[in-house]
Every structure is written in C-alpha cells, then in structure tokens.
Design a protein around this ligand. Structure first.
Ligand SMILES: C[S@@+](CC[C@H](N)C(=O)[O-])C[C@H]1O[C@@H](n2cnc3c(N)ncnc32)[C@H](O)[C@@H]1O
Length: 302
C-alpha cells in the first residue's frame, strides 16, 4: 500500500477487507455495489440535486450516485480518514468528476462544514457502527437536509456477533482446566475482533445498538416517514483460500487472524491451533451471518 493512503480505515477498505486477493475483491465489490444501489434507491436522487455521503470511505456510494445520475449531481464526500479523502479526491480526478465533488474532513456527528438545509439527500453505508454519538449524527443529518430531503442508510448490526463471542467465553470458562485448548485459543482470536463480555459490548459503539435504536434516533432527531427493514442473511461463506481467511477481518477495527496469531500466540500455540482451524476451514460449508438495517426517512416540509 502506498503510504500516502494509509491509516487503519484505508488499510481495511483498500486491502484487508478482501485479504489481498483480486478475485475475492471482485466478489466483495459486486456485493457492496448491490448495497450501494439499495441505499441510493432509498435516497431518490434526481438530476441537479446535492448528496452528502457521510463516511464515504473509498467513495463506493458517492461515485455510484454520480454513475447513476450523471454530471448534474453534486456530492459532498465526508470522512474521518484523511488518507481516504485523499484517495477519493485522486479517484474523482481520474474519473473526470472533480468539479462535482467536495471533500470534507470530520466525524459524522459534527458536520460543521455543511450548512443547515444544504443537501437533498444524506447517505451512509457501514459508518454509524463506528460513530461514538449516533443520536448526534442523526441530528446532524436532519440539520443539513433541506425540508423534504431524504435520509437513506444501510448499517450493519453486530450485536449478535458479540453475543456469540460472549457465549464462547462462557463455554470456555466452564471447561475443566485440562481440556483441549483449541476452544480457548478460538476465543483468544474471536475476542480480539468482538467484545467478549456484555458490559464491554454495551460500552462499544460497534455493538451498543440495534436496529430499533436506529429508528429511535431518527425519530428523536425529527425525521418522519421512517421505514426500516432488518435483513439477516445466513449464507455459506465464500472466502476462497486459507491465505484470504488469514488476512481478512470482519470489520475495520478487527485485526486479521494472521495478526492475532503473530501477536497473541506463542509459536508453539500457533503450531497447535492453525492446522486445526485450517482443516475446519478446508472442509468448507461454514456459514456466515450478515445482519443489516436498511433505513429511509424524510425531513418534514415544515
Ligand atoms: C466500513 S467503511 C464504509 C465506507 C463506505 N461508506 C462504503 O460504503 O464502502 C467505514 C467508513 O467510516 C469512516 N468513519 C469511521 N468513523 C467515522 C466517523 N466518526 N465519522 C465519519 N466517518 C467515519 C471510515 O473512515 C470509513 O471510511
């Protein structure tokens, strides 16, 4: 990775999300482009409008919006990551759409660079999970929207992933001390990626909310016509190789398995654990669950 585009957000979005595998990257991109289209359908954009894509990342939703609407759409791309804003600026220039784009640095809950009633639509995809003060973010989205403007978000809900790790911790704690260490090592890996106690889960922005909370934040911020669909998809995992499995992680704040093995395991422990996990991986047929909240809402006209 070029150092100019490097922080933990850019490292995950541009590399770790697809574990360095070009074919898997194509499959990930096809899935997330479908997600972006779903978010944009909810935004109901039209020519001449202005969209604020909050936590724009590598520009997935914002660039897709320009592809769909064309040269008359203006897009404000905001992010907390300077390297990602530099990345999308370079990408916009390469696409010849720089004049339609503005790049704004800051957190989703403090959008000081955007005026009141400035935009026709606000989108986020997989951003609120990382925002400390989600009710404040929803208030900011409401403030910057013009009356009649649309909010459309697609957000993962990762509370159940954490609950699974909490359950694994309880199981491991109940094991006799001389039992097979595989499960306690499995826990060591999983608890590096998700909280392993309910207290920690409730304290962490990543896992301290559910889909109903998103509806409440939208209502409290003043939105109307709120519609939320919660989708749970339990699918056979499509990670193609062990190397991709090793180098990939489930969200930007989670270390890869390889990193956990390097930093939290002794060489002997790794030698014990990795072949067992690899053989389970190579048997195939593992399921992965994705839980997504798709919410649209309108800022009332008066
Ligand atoms: C999982 S990525 C999603 C990126 C993009 N929206 C997409 O759909 O591909 C999360 C993004 O949220 C940004 N982010 C994290 N915390 C943020 C915050 N407090 N405010 C705004 N953006 C934030 C990260 O820099 C990253 O670009």
């Amino acid at each position: 990775m070029s150092s100019e585009f490097s922080d933990s957000w850019s490292e995950w979005l541009l590399h770790r999300r697809h574990g360095g595998d070009a074919e898997f990257e194509r499959s990930v991109r096809s899935n997330i482009t479908r997600d972006a289209d779903r978010v944009l359908d909810g935004a109901r954009l039209e020519p001449g409008m202005t969209l604020a894509d909050i936590g724009t990342g590598d520009g997935l939703v914002a660039f897709r919006a320009i592809e769909r609407i064309g040269a008359s759409l203006n897009v404000l791309m905001t992010d907390i990551s300077v390297p990602l804003l530099e990345y999308v600026q370079a990408e916009a220039s390469q696409r010849g759409i720089l004049a339609q784009c503005k790049f704004l640095h800051g957190s989703a809950d403090v959008l000081n660079d955007i005026d009141d009633d400035a935009v026709n639509a606000v989108t986020t995809r997989s951003v609120l999970a990382y925002v400390e003060d989600k009710p404040a973010a929803l208030r900011e989205f409401h403030r910057i929207l013009r009356p009649g403007g649309r909010l459309s978000i697609g957000e993962p809900v990762m509370r159940d992933d954490a609950l699974e790790v909490c359950a694994l911790k309880k199981l491991v704690s109940a094991q006799p001390v001389d039992s097979d260490p595989f499960f306690s090592m499995l826990l060591r890996w999983r608890s590096a990626q998700f909280p392993d106690t309910e207290d920690e889960m409730r304290a962490l922005p990543l896992t301290n909310y559910g889909e109903r909370d998103l509806v409440r934040y939208a209502l409290d911020a003043g939105f109307s016509e709120i519609h939320l669909e919660f989708h749970i998809d339990v699918l056979t995992e499509d990670i193609p190789t062990w190397e991709v499995f090793l180098n990939n992680s489930p969200h930007p704040l989670a270390p890869s398995l390889d990193y956990v093995l390097k930093t939290r395991f002794t060489p002997d422990e790794r030698e014990f654990f990795e072949p067992k996990l690899r053989s389970l991986f190579e048997k195939g047929g593992r399921f992965g669950a994705s839980r997504m909240a798709w919410m649209t809402a309108t800022k009332p006209e008066t």
